[in-house]
Design a protein around this ligand. Sequence first.
Ligand code: LLP
Length: 420
Amino acid sequence: MDHFEYKQGEMHVENIPVRKIAEQVGTPFYCYSSETLIRHYKVFCEAFEGQDFQLCYAVKANTNQAVIRTLAKVGSGADVVSEGELRRALRAGIPAEKIVYSGVAKTEREMAFALEAGIFQFNVESEPELHQLSRIATNMGKVAAIAFRINPDVDAKTHAKISTGKAENKFGIPLSRARAIYAEAAKLSGIRVQGVDLHIGSQLTDLDPFAEAFRRIASLVEDLRADGHDISVLDLGGGLGIPYDRETSKPPLPIEYGKMAKKIVGHLGCKIIIEPGRLLVGNAGILVSKVIYTKQGENRNFLIIDAAMNDLVRPSMYDAYHEIVAVKENKVASSVYDVVGPVCETGDTFARGRTLPELASGDLLAIRSAGAYGAVMSSTYNTRPLIPEILVKGDDYTIVRERPSYDDIIELDKIPEWLN
Ligand code: LLP
């Protein structure tokens, strides 16, 4: 079940009609359901019941403070990839001891900030990064707890732009180099080796690549222990996919993922960390937009809406499919549309040849599964203000990010003296 359902002929988010929010806030906007966020968090925890386990939400998927805090309150940790994300996670109430820091190239300043904060673990991705971390931690009189991100060289069978676990990708340390780099790390000051980390890609809809990667990592843990390292943490990364198209796509459920993971790595007795992003927030959010015009082309019917590629870039960037529904319930899907935004690029297209109820100027649409990698990847291209974000809880909702004014955006620019 989800919390975006039709009641009395119109779509609700939990108990609030989408139309009501649109009337009060204006379109377009993102709208998230607290209950859905919490439910997704809980299903993952249930999937790992019986294990020493910590879910570290990959905040990059949706960094709104209210979203992070909703998850923090039920016990979530965070996976961050920049100082900015680390600051957001801390500010939203995630304790430093539940934070892991991933990312291919942490800078000196970022390392120092994270050491000062006292995070749980750095996921180190290269030898130069290891040496820099050792130097900074030593200078600060601190010890960095680390795992190495291992690249297990498996094909995640997902979109090329979000596949990260093949040898040709820029991520992690090759499995063949792993024992040597752990040996090197053990000799360095300011470093305490505690774990192994991997992340093979995003929107995986098949468990096999995960299983293969986990098997390779499990055997590495045994080798590392034989080499004398105390490996107590296993970070399995994120990546479990969601059904963007509820009709045709049935990715594995968290419970199945957990069962598979426990079977392969459970016997190692490590604390298991997972870093899901999309699965927690993707289907907890919609983008609500209004039809500006309908337009009859030579042989296509365009639905031009007030959201655009700058608000949700996934369709134009990854050819991603997002379900689009009318906010007013109408079971008769009778018209075929290309759903497009107002930006002057053909890539500004949300869907082609989509069958929908007949719609007219002023009608509301919801683009589903927009909670992950939606607002966070948006921009002000075409000087379109970032759109508001709304969080619903039961009968209440709050604007958790306001729509900036045009002046707010324009005044970020400064005119040099010599042009005055
Ligand atoms: N851990 C690490 C180290 C990651 O790089 C990522 C995502 C995650 C966890 C979370 O993965 P998830 O559970 O969300 O699949 N913008 C793209 C997705 C990029 C994913 C990047 N890394 C999209 O819109 O599909």
